[in-house]
Design a protein around this ligand. Sequence first.
Ligand code: DX5
Ligand code: ZN
Length: 213
Amino acid sequence: MRVHPSILSADFANLERELGRISTADAAHVDVMDGHFVPNLTLGIPIVRRLAEVSPIPLDVHLMIEDPDRWAPEYVFEGVESITFHHEAARDSVALAKTLRDAGVQAAVALKPATDTDALLDVIAEFDMVLVMTVEPGFGGQSFMPETLSKLGRLRAAAEAAGTQLRLQVDGGVDATTIVEAHAAGADTFVAGSAVYGGDPAERIAALRGAIA
Ligand code: DX5
Ligand code: ZN
């Protein structure tokens, strides 16, 4: 299992220091929001490039943006492990995933709570990871939506049938309680923002790991 703290809940005036505080995690989750695909606005290409240079751990870039077909490849930097784009925003998710893999980064596709898995099941081998959103994307600190978890089993079954490795990530409202449910439903990669930065990050990361150990 992997824990990816979301720096959306970190101090944006001190991001290098905030990355240092989560150095025991597996990757740092970076939420890119464009004010269009989601109402909120965060950060973009030049900041992600610098974060990748200074981060002690790899970056997991979550793009909540329109036109990812155009922009996602611009986020490929050394230190960026995976790039996640939204299926709802992409013109051609399979083609974009191929482009990202060819550029040397893991390709991941995200599903909002109301988006079902059907379009992905037949093409699951094209992705390294699927992100099942457990809140509406846009803001940290929202409540976990357990009704989204049934997607995980369908995605896992499709990956197994296709004989492919697939990471299943959940993002939104994940804490030491809800992580147990998400893990039981099949998730293996857990994003947590407020649950990590709401206390001592190293302790919170250890608590998340301990909850499902
Ligand atoms: C929400 C973001 C999440 C957010 C999670 O749109 O994609 O990554 O940071 O925050 P918490 O863990 O506080 O729900
Ligand atoms: Zn996210």
